[in-house]
Write a protein that binds this ligand. Sequence first.
Ligand code: SAT
Ligand code: MN
Length: 604
Amino acid sequence: MTSVATPGLENAPTTHARLLAWVQEMAELTTPDRVVWVDGSDEEWERLTGKLVDAGTFTRLEKKSNSFWCASDPSDVARVEDRTFICSVDEADAGPTNNWMAPDEMKAVMTELYRGSMRGRTMYVIPFCMGPVEAEDPMFGVELTDSEYVVVSMRVMARIGSRILEAMGTDRPFVPAMHSLGAPLQEGQQDVPWPCSDTKYIVHFPEERAIWSYGSGYGGNALLGKKCYSLRIASVMARDEGWLAEHMLILKLTSPQQKTYYVAAAFPSACGKTNLAMLEPTIPGWQVETLGDDIAWMRFGEDGRLYALNPEYGLFGVAPGTGWDTNPNAMRTIDKGNSVFTNVALTDDGDVWWEGMTEEPPAHLTDWKGRDWTPDSDELSSHPNSRFCTPITQCPILAPEYDDPKGVPISAILFGGRRKTTIPLVTEARDWNHGVFMGATLSSETTAAATGAVGVVRRDPFAMLPFIGYNAGDYFGHWVETGKMHDATKLPRIFYVNWFRRDADGGFLWPGFGENSRVLKWVVERLEGTAAAVETAVGHVPTVDSLDVSGLDMTPERVEQALAVKPEEWREEIPQITEWFQRFGDKLPSTLWDELAILESRLA
Ligand code: SAT
Ligand code: MN
């Protein structure tokens, strides 16, 4: 070993002792050619995107300013849930829904993987802040990465750079987030456009509030401020400090009477959170504005209400299915440029295309695997989990208060999944605990956002199954406690929605998208006490007349089918829920067993 200093380690632009020591330690372990402190400037962005173009990772788009097309390695396209670990000191704290390994054991394994893993590459130090840096307690993190793609994407998804480093001062706490592609370069070795490793680990040390990621360049595995920090680590912080870190969009709804309501909604990945967050109401006089499309941090205010904040700064949305018909506001957002498109198709004139963007596909494309594609091709042009990465500030319906460190007071929480049967279009919980039961038993058919089979029904509690950073039984308990600790009259009301119910022929019963504004209207009218509901075994469901379907081409029979509570279908859920709850043993709050007993007796 020579002891030649790594360029960039000396003269660091900070005197933050813990940060300096950690960067030094990780640089010695991973042996990059140099260390670069990311400042977040335009010049830096020019340099990095230029480098990505030269490397063949990025193709500059002629038709969208400052935007790039990017194709990943075909094996590195989604979150890897089976390679994701919660390494709590005690295995019981990871619970039955997470992979676990003892922290020391995991560190030993990963230290060997990291040893020399950045050889021939640059280590970037990305200071970032989740949520506004003007917050009373800014939520700092620092990501170390050897991927320029990660730096460029983090610049969109989080507040990063010199101003964050400055705000961190000499001793502010931060979450260390270590990332390496696991693809060191030998002297003279030619790089590939998407370096990654077959060995992947996405690891969280909840007690230490630390993240170690290895082997993948994909969004949720590599942009560590997102799922790793803002959900898995933050959920642990939230449990300890009495708040909630949730997989929820945040939207602002204004009624024709100019009354405003803030709604948070949890859906599994790739179930339409971005579409709902940016919905264009089809009913006159209603307005939706966006605050966030994926993550909500919610804390109680002094007035006893629950306030939500979007910790992110960008949108990392599923591309296929996003079009002028389904989500015009997302299209307007990306049309302003400054975006990275990963695993979509490239048009011949230097733009992007994906299934569902327009009705007619272009006559010729380069598909996400770089091959010629025509409408006659057997395969899709874009990967089902292909993504656009775009600054949220470009969203034309962004609510001005998205950036308020105080957050916005939430009036209603929606839980939703993708279910062909059983679950009505919308159901209101009887009370908070019934709402927690709805969240804890939430189920959905799997999507392409994670590797594995698609379309299989699984329980996805609170749409947080892959993101709860501790024992899910304790997490349910935290929700129950949250209800107990606060004034019930000020808690948000809880609703369960299902846009995906099918008729006997397999067709969707509900048109969805902008028409979901009709469901939001019913929710608001419930808050205002003006909408009728039928009390069913599973909660309050709209009467056929109380749901505004005016102007919609839908027979009353179909509306009824969309709203139907069929006891025989629900009775089939009981053994599944029982089995699900049994997995949590003593950790399951007794309140949830009580709720299940109530459901059973109401169905009898
Ligand atoms: O995990 S990602 O953040 O990359 C996307 C998602 O699953 O929501
Ligand atoms: Mn998500």
